[in-house]
Each structure stands twice: as structure tokens, then as C-alpha cells.
Write a protein that binds this ligand. Structure first.
Ligand code: C2E
Ligand code: CA
Ligand code: CA
Length: 776
């Protein structure tokens, strides 16, 4: 090149020129004599060429640059080739890096990993440095049998693999299904394999889930007991129906599919159908709507329908489910009847009564009228059940029902609350309160007379009388519960005042009732608080004034109210069941006290009776006999010293049970006295069968016997009866010498009463024994 230096650089772009100058400068100043540089020149026609320049610098003897000699080689083709290659390499590298599918490159000869991409790490958990230089087998990548793993490896090494499903282990051991493909490539002159592994586990699962849900749906569709159809929404054409539909309508599949809802005339009522479509339009679906359908024979069916829009093969369809509810409705009605009626009498039960009562209360209020709630209870019904059997009891209840229903107006309700309890709800009573009261009383009395008519059952003549409690609506309450409670309180009073009567509720009764409740609550604590005590009333033989026994009487000293009347609180104990616990305590206490008196020589085992009152509830306990014997044994009291006072109330409840318990106790030496004799049934029939030892003449007869010939006659009869049955007889409540004299005339010498002594606390009774003549 013989031109100037500048001319040489003319075709070289500005930035290249700088680097060339730089190269020359360092060549000139540096020690090396050689120079190599590649640069670009621009030809006149505008084409760029890459030139590789190699040159040598020659210097003179002083070391000054003399000349440069070298070669210029046009390497444009080579440069462009390299540029193309690096671009494709870059592309490959970035593809490799960002591919969502795992890719690995392995050596063909050894199978060792050369490279893995981030997706490989992400999918299988292996980091690059954990796999490079190791083989798939070494890291346990294949979750396949050894043979299959080896076959896969072989194919990967020897040839290309395309879309083969293989199970691959995640580093944590979880198996993943992958589709793998491989190609042979050369990397750094090394034959290698590049393998992509696409994880299809999720996809597979989703597919399996879809398939099973489709299967489930098909199964549910076909085997459902409900009728299910799929119809085209716009045409109403049936696309698919199930067996349930055929069963319900009587059509076969062929008669339905392809036809429309209208052709079949499946809906019986056009208005209903319009309403169904309306709901579908407004709400998007229909949920449990009752419809009238028509089957093939033209019968009308009551069905419950649900409709759900679905898309099938891009067609808008309706999935309709229908269930025959005619039977269900019948069953429902039946259940409702059962739930609201008493099965024996078919009368409304408590639930229905309460329902009607609340309706009535509102109705009466609106019309400014009165109503009345009559609470009836049959007197001594339990006696009928126990002595004549439940079938007879049931028949009596049915007869009573019929009589009640016949005697009230149609708009009145007769209900049975259970047992022998009935309620009559009278409505729409006009007039002043006095007038209504009068009317209701009259009606109640008529009812009582009607019900008391004798009935003949199995040749037996029976008579039942009711007691009735009445509450006026709204005078005595404005809620069903209140009214029922108050009628019940009035009934309680009716029973209390001698049965077979009617009582109208009065606020004072409420007071009595809450009084009773308070008493019950206080009694629950009385025993534990030591408020109960026993008193002893001497029983005396009038001939020598000897004490031959004592009646044990319960006392309750209330901490605030003081001494309580036994007649009342013992009834509460009995009704609340507390008597069981208290009764056991009484027996224990009495036996204990008696055993001590015996040990102290105050009484004689053969000549003293410890008389303990037993209440019906107590006597009915299954283990009553055992309890009595246990008390006796616990305190080592000779068994013949104990005399149990029972009442006719005990006997009539269950004669057989009474007899067997008495017999058993008698075998152990315990004896029995019939208390309050003359006031109850005093039936000679059962008296003959009962193993009693003594009769106690009730004090009501004793009181007036000296002056009232009637009472005198009764006492005489009782004494005679006792004598003929070979029973002892003892009089209670003897207060006056005249009474005692009268009794002694008849030959009744045993008595207890204020004449001799009031019931005494134990200590005073012991004192009395100590002072008594000791000649027994
Ligand atoms: P009851 O078995 O007829 O007891 C006799 C009642 O007559 C006792 O009344 C006694 O205090 C009373 N009395 C005794 N002598 C006379 C008298 O000369 N004149 C008058 N007016 N009364 C006399 P109390 O103690 O009030 O007992 C009433 C009822 O309570 C008893 O009648 C009995 O049925 C029951 N009761 C008392 N204690 C017990 C007991 O421990 N257990 C059970 N289950 N009932 C008991
Ligand atoms: Ca008694
Ligand atoms: Ca008595």
C-alpha cells in the first residue's frame, strides 16, 4: 500500500480507527515486534469487510521504527459465520434457560449430566451441582423398573426418543409422570443427548378427575331414583332421560328422546308451567318447586321439581330433576297427625292444644270475647288401671273421650295430655265475666255428671268421676303455658278438696302453688341441714297405763318459718319423691333411737312396738323390703319390734304387690297396722287378704264417738271387724276421758292421744319411760 497513512485509514470507521491507533502506538512503544488486529473497512460500494491484519515492525539500529510489513486477510466470511453461530447459540441457551419444561444434556458415552435447566431444578428438586457429573441412575431419577430404565437410557443414548411417558422421581421421592423426548447433539465435539421431560402429572390427575366425575355423573343420572331429564332449552326437546323418568311417567326412552316437552304434555297445569319458567328466568334456577305432572296414562302426579341450566356441547340445556311427592305428602300428613294426636283416643295432644290455644287467645282478643280452659283429671283412675288392667283402663279412657266429644260444641277442642288428663278448650263466650263464669261452671258440672254416668265393662259396672280445674281466657292468663298452669293449679285444688268437684282458678291458689314450690325447694335442703327430727307418741294400754309402743312422727323445723305442719310437708315430700330419701332416714333414725332405749333398759324387746308410718311411694319401691331389713340390722333392732303403719292408699295401688311385700316382711317378724282405718275404702274383701296385725281407728271417729251415734256405730263396727279377723285394734287421737271410756266399753283398750301424751322429742319420751312404773 503506497498511499499515505491517512489514506489507509480512510475506509475505516472512526471507532475502529482509534483502536488501530492504539494498537500501533503500543506496537511502537512496547517491546513486542508483532501486531495483529481485526478491523472493519467500508468499501466504496458501501459494503463492509472484516480485515485481519498481521504485521511486523522493523526498526533501525537506534531502535526507531523503520517500516511495517505484513498481510491483510479478508476474513469477512469467517466473521459472519461466527456471528451467526453465536447468535444461534445464544438463542439456544436462552431457550434452554427459560423453557418451562425440564431439559438436560447428558454425555452419550457415560450418561453423565452436563447441563440441566432451571425448570429441571424446579420440577425435580435437583440443583445443578447435585447432578452434574452424575448419571440419572446414580441420582435415582427413574421411578421405573431397572430394565425399563436401562432401555430408556439406551434409547436416549443411541437414537432419538419421542414422547414416551416415563415416571420420574422428584428428589423427595414423589413420582411424577413425564413425557420425554431426546435428540442427539454434539457439544464441544462430544456426542451428547438433549432430553426434555414434560411433567404431565397435574394434567393426568385433572383428566382422571374429570373422567371419574363424568362417570359419577352418568351413574347418578341413570341410577337416580328421581326422574332426570336433559332438554334443549329453546326447543324443549328431550336429549336424554333416565330410568327414573320412565318409571315415573310410564314412557319408554324411545317415546321421549327427540320429542318435546309440549308434545308429551308433561305438565298438567299451564299456569304452573309459566310460573316455573318465570322462576327459572328470574333466579337462574328452580329449587324444589311443587308441580302437577301428567304420566303416560294421563294420571296427575304431584312432583317436586328442580331445574338447573347446563351447557352440553355448546347448546343451552336444562337439567330437570323431579320426584314423586304424592306418597311423601301422605306420609307427611300422617306424621303430622301422629305428632299432634294421641294414638289411643285420636284426640289432639298437648302440642296441638297449645297451638290451638295460642290461636284462640289471639282470636278472642280480637273479638273481645272470653274462653275457658277446663283441665280434667279422673279420680282414682290409677286404681282402675291397677286392679282391672290396662286394657280396661284404655276402654274407660275411650268412653270418656266419646262422652267429652259428644258434650262440647264443634268449635271447642277436647285434648288429652296423657294418662287420665283431659283438657277442654271452650271458645267464643260472650257476656260479662260473672255471666261467663256462671256459664262455664254450669258446663263443667254438666260434664262431670255426664262423665260420672256408670259404664258397664266386661259385665262390671264402673263409675269414674272427674275433678275439674278451670282457667278463664284472658282473665287468668294470656299465654298457653300460663293458662294451662293455672287450670292445673285449680285442678289440684279441686282434687285436694275431696275430688269430683269443679274449681275456678283464683289468684290465692297461685299463691298456694308457689308456696308449695317454695316448700319443696326448702325441703330438698332440710335433711342435709338437720332440720328434720322425729317425735315419739306413746301408745298406751288403758288397763294398766303401760306404754306398749310409740308412733314415730316426723317434724320439720324451718329455719325461718319455724315448726311446719306435717300434713302439708309430708304431702309435698310424697309428691316430689323426696319421701324416698327422707323415709330411709326416718327408718334409720327410729331404729337407732329404739335400739338405744332397748340397750338402756327403758323398753322390753317383747313388749314394745316401734310404729313407723310408711308412705305409698316409699312402700312401692322395689327394694322396700331390703331397705327395712337393712335398717333393722344396721342398728341391731329385734325385727319383731318394728310395726309399719300403712294406709289404704298403699293397698289400692297394687294389692298383689302389697300382699307379697307384707308377707315377706312378716316372715322376718315385722308387723303391720292399718292406719286411718274407716276413712278410705275399708273393704272387707282386701282386709281379709292382707296380713295386717292391727287396725288403727281414725281420730275423726274417735272424736265424736261419745256424742255422735253414727260415729259410735262405725267405731263399734271396726272393733267387731277386728275381733272377727283376729286383729288388734288401737284408737288414735284420744283427747278426753269420755272417749277412752267409750272405747274401753267396746273392748278397745289400746290408744294414743293427747289424753296420755302429745308426740314428744326423743329425750322427753325417754324421760317418760324412765318415770313410768317399771313393772312390765
Ligand atoms: P297419722 O299417721 O294419722 O298420725 C297421727 C296424727 O295424729 C299425728 O299428726 C299426731 O300428732 C296426731 N295426734 C296424736 N294424738 C292426737 C290427739 O289426741 N289429738 C289430735 N288432734 N291429734 C293427735 P301429725 O304428727 O301432724 O302427722 C300427720 C300425719 O303425717 C300422720 O298422720 C301421718 O300420716 C303423716 N306422718 C307423720 N309422720 C310421718 C312419717 O314419719 N312418715 C310418713 N310417711 N308419714 C308421717
Ligand atoms: Ca300413723
Ligand atoms: Ca292415723
Amino acid at each position: 500500500f503506497h498511499e499515505s497513512f491517512d489514506a489507509f485509514f480512510e475506509g475505516v470507521p472512526e471507532d475502529e480507527r482509534n483502536s488501530m491507533r492504539q494498537a500501533y502506538r503500543s506496537l511502537r512503544e512496547g517491546p513486542a515486534g508483532n501486531y495483529q488486529i481485526t478491523y472493519r473497512v467500508q468499501l466504496e460500494n458501501g459494503i463492509s469487510r472484516y480485515i485481519e491484519s498481521r504485521a511486523r515492525l522493523y526498526r533501525d539500529d537506534q531502535g526507531n521504527p523503520l517500516r511495517m510489513a505484513g498481510t491483510l486477510l479478508d476474513i469477512t466470511d469467517q466473521v459472519e459465520r461466527e456471528q451467526r453461530l453465536s447468535a444461534s447459540e445464544e438463542k439456544f441457551a436462552s431457550l434452554f434457560q427459560v423453557s418451562p419444561d425440564p431439559i438436560c444434556v447428558t454425555r452419550q458415552d457415560t450418561g453423565q449430566f452436563i447441563e440441566i435447566n432451571p425448570a429441571f431444578t424446579q420440577t425435580f428438586g435437583w440443583a445443578t451441582d447435585q447432578v452434574i457429573g452424575r448419571t440419572a441412575e446414580e441420582i435415582g431419577l427413574w421411578a421405573e423398573s431397572i430394565e425399563r430404565a436401562q432401555r430408556i437410557e439406551r434409547v436416549i443414548r443411541e437414537q432419538a426418543l419421542s414422547n414416551v411417558a416415563v415416571v420420574v422421581n422428584h428428589r423427595n421421592g414423589a413420582p411424577l409422570t413425564c413425557v420425554i423426548s431426546s435428540r442427539l447433539i454434539t457439544v464441544d465435539d462430544q456426542p451428547c443427548s438433549v432430553t426434555t421431560l414434560r411433567d404431565i402429572t397435574q394434567q393426568q390427575r385433572a383428566e382422571a378427575a374429570l373422567k371419574s366425575s363424568e362417570e359419577k355423573f352418568a351413574k347418578a343420572f341413570h341410577s337416580s331414583p328421581d326422574a332426570i331429564t336433559i332438554t334443549e332449552r329453546h326447543s324443549g326437546r328431550y336429549l336424554e332421560i333416565n330410568d327414573g323418568f320412565c318409571r315415573l311417567t310410564g314412557y319408554s326412552t324411545a317415546e321421549v328422546v327427540g320429542h318435546t316437552v309440549y308434545e308429551l304434555g308433561i305438565w298438567a297445569d299451564d299456569k304452573q308451567r309459566a310460573a316455573l319458567l318465570g322462576e327459572l328466568r328470574d333466579r337462574g334456577r328452580v329449587h324444589h318447586r311443587e308441580m302437577l305432572g301428567r304420566n303416560k296414562r294421563g294420571d296427575i302426579l304431584t312432583v317436586e321439581v328442580s331445574v338447573e341450566p347446563i351447557t352440553l356441547n355448546e347448546i343451552d340445556c336444562l337439567l330437570l330433576t323431579a320426584r314423586d311427592v304424592s306418597q311423601l305428602k301422605n306420609a307427611q300428613a300422617q306424621i303430622r297427625h301422629l305428632a299432634y294426636h294421641d294414638p289411643l283416643t285420636n284426640l289432639p295432644n298437648r302440642a296441638l292444644l297449645m297451638d290451638r290455644l295460642s290461636q284462640q287467645i289471639a282470636l278472642l282478643k280480637r273479638h273481645n270475647l272470653r274462653g275457658a280452659l277446663l283441665f280434667l283429671d279422673l279420680d282414682h283412675f290409677k286404681h282402675i288401671n291397677d286392679s282391672l288392667g290396662h286394657p280396661v283402663g284404655d276402654t274407660v279412657l275411650k268412653i270418656i273421650t266419646a262422652r267429652l266429644e259428644a258434650s262440647v260444641r264443634l268449635e271447642d277442642t277436647v285434648a288429652r295430655l296423657g294418662g287420665d288428663e283431659f283438657v277442654v278448650l271452650l271458645s267464643g263466650l260472650e257476656g260479662s265475666r260473672e255471666l261467663v263464669e256462671e256459664k262455664v261452671r254450669e258446663l263443667a258440672d254438666t260434664l262431670r255428671e255426664l262423665l260420672a254416668e256408670p259404664m258397664t265393662l266386661d259385665g262390671q259396672r264402673l263409675q269414674v268421676t272427674p275433678s275439674i280445674g278451670v282457667a278463664l281466657i284472658p282473665d287468668h292468663g294470656t299465654t298457653p303455658a300460663d293458662l294451662l298452669k293455672r287450670a292445673d293449679i285449680a285442678l289440684y285444688r279441686a282434687k285436694d278438696s275431696g275430688r269430683n268437684t269443679t274449681q275456678l282458678f283464683h289468684t290465692t291458689m297461685q299463691k298456694a302453688a308457689s308456696e308449695r314450690l317454695r316448700m319443696e325447694n326448702d325441703l330438698r335442703l332440710a335433711l342435709a341441714r338437720g332440720e328434720l327430727a322425729l317425735h315419739f307418741q306413746p301408745q298406751v294400754d288403758a288397763r294398766d297405763n303401760r306404754i306398749v309402743g310409740a308412733e314415730v312422727l316426723l317434724r320439720w323445723h324451718h329455719p325461718q318459718l319455724g315448726q311446719q305442719p306435717p300434713g302439708q310437708f309430708i304431702q309435698v315430700l310424697e309428691e316430689s319423691g323426696l319421701i324416698l330419701e327422707v323415709g330411709s332416714w326416718i327408718l334409720d333414725e327410729a331404729c337407732d333411737a329404739c335400739a338405744r332405749m332397748l340397750a338402756d333398759g327403758l323398753i322390753d324387746a317383747d313388749d314394745f312396738s316401734l310404729c313407723v308410718n310408711i308412705s305409698p311411694r316409699q312402700f312401692r319401691q322395689n327394694d322396700f323390703v331390703g331397705r327395712v331389713l337393712r335398717s333393722l340390722d344396721d342398728y341391731r333392732l329385734p325385727r319383731q319390734m318394728l310395726k309399719l303403719e300403712i294406709t289404704e292408699g298403699i293397698v289400692i295401688q297394687n294389692l298383689e304387690d302389697t300382699i307379697s311385700k307384707m308377707r315377706e316382711l312378716k316372715r322376718y317378724g315385722v308387723s303391720f297396722a292399718m292406719d286411718d282405718f274407716g276413712t278410705g275404702y275399708s273393704s272387707l274383701t282386701y282386709l281379709k287378704r292382707l296380713p295386717v296385725d292391727a287396725l288403727k281407728i281414725d281420730q275423726t271417729f274417735v272424736r265424736d264417738a261419745p256424742i255422735d251415734p253414727n260415729d259410735a256405730e262405725i267405731v263399734r263396727a271396726i272393733v267387731a271387724m277386728a275381733r272377727s279377723l283376729d286383729l288388734a285394734v288401737i284408737a288414735e287421737g284420744v283427747e278426753l276421758t269420755e272417749q277412752l271410756e267409750f272405747l274401753e266399753q267396746l273392748g278397745c283398750h289400746l290408744y294414743q292421744g293427747y289424753l296420755h301424751s302429745r308426740p314428744l322429742p326423743l329425750q322427753e319420751f325417754r324421760q317418760m319411760l324412765m318415770e313410768a312404773p317399771a313393772d312390765y
